[in-house]
Ligand binder design. Sequence first.
Ligand code: 13P
Ligand code: 13P
Ligand code: MG
Ligand code: MG
Length: 370
Amino acid sequence: MKTTFSVIKADVGGWPGHATVHPDLEKIAYKSLLEAQREKIITDFHVTHCGDDLELIMTHTNGADCKEVHELAWNTFLAATEKARDLGLYGAGQDMLSDAFSGNVRGMGPGVAEIEFTERKAEPVITFLMDKTEPGAFNYPIFKIFADPFNTAGLVIDPSIHSGFIFEVWDIQEHKHVFLRTPEEMYDLLALIGAKSRFVVKRVFPKEDSKLPAKEPVSAISTEKLYQIAGEYVGKDDPVGIVRAQSGLPAVGEVLEGFTNAHLVSGWMRGSHNGPLMPVSVKDAKCTRFDGPPRVVALGFQLKNAKITQPVDLFDDPAFNRVREEALHITDYMRRMGPFEPHRLPMEDMEYTTLPKVMKKLGTRFKKFK
Ligand code: 13P
Ligand code: 13P
Ligand code: MG
Ligand code: MG
């Protein structure tokens, strides 16, 4: 039987502002998933947060897009929203964009990353949880992990991954996707995913000669864009991702190495600023300075018969201190830019924020000049 690893997240209220998740919301989510585990809807689970996003990590044997599992997530977020309202948390129900569940949480506000796969003898799985950024923030590290030989030594020296991987890239504006093979189409891939607000890596697959089944993803990223669902800025599409590791895949350390550059991502303060992505422990996954800087948490699990071990908080390690320091240095530098681009996002990306309302007020005062 195949195992499904589902990570479903939503911001159902921040504490305070957009900083973090109140522990009472996590308690409600834990109770809800424990009940579902007893009812055998899911096999195992872990509840956590990154910034103000409540994260449900679930394993089961029902496949991706399973109605019962999505409904469970939806109802869990509804219960947590109710608590958030009672506590007066900020933006209660922020990502719950629909009134009624319609079979799948996709397009309803929450973010989803799911993989159904055949378990190997030992199955290391890492989930990445981000806050104050967008799905395209994963493009850079996922490329590094699966396609950059300077990041992943195995691409060069391990025959089981030497032939490379296949990337599924979504054009989130045109709603089209394309499959690109690395290393042979690496430059085409980079031509697309460098434009990270439009082209996002959705999944990575092994090549045909891999010992892993060709149709089973080895990585998946949530690609929901909230403003595309809601038609206006309602908070951000803070993304989650799943990466499997070892034996025919990059090693755990090669996966983590993809996050050692504090690369610039968009989504900081009011969803309107670029800033460095800082890898942090769960304990430090609260967005404070200028509502950030954007953060990423990595939780590592071993999986067996769809049961997961306790997570290892992988960025809770001095080995990542320098990246964090660099992120803080970049933070200082970029903050000094204030409202100037490229700290602030370019005009086309500000379209869904509150800026057009300010511009509208000025509209009638503009006169043609010769
Ligand atoms: P395994 O061969 O045990 O997966 O480990 C490879 C390795 O050396 C990781 O750094
Ligand atoms: P969230 O999308 O994490 O709620 O953040 C909203 C924001 O823009 C905070 O500055
Ligand atoms: Mg929020
Ligand atoms: Mg958030």
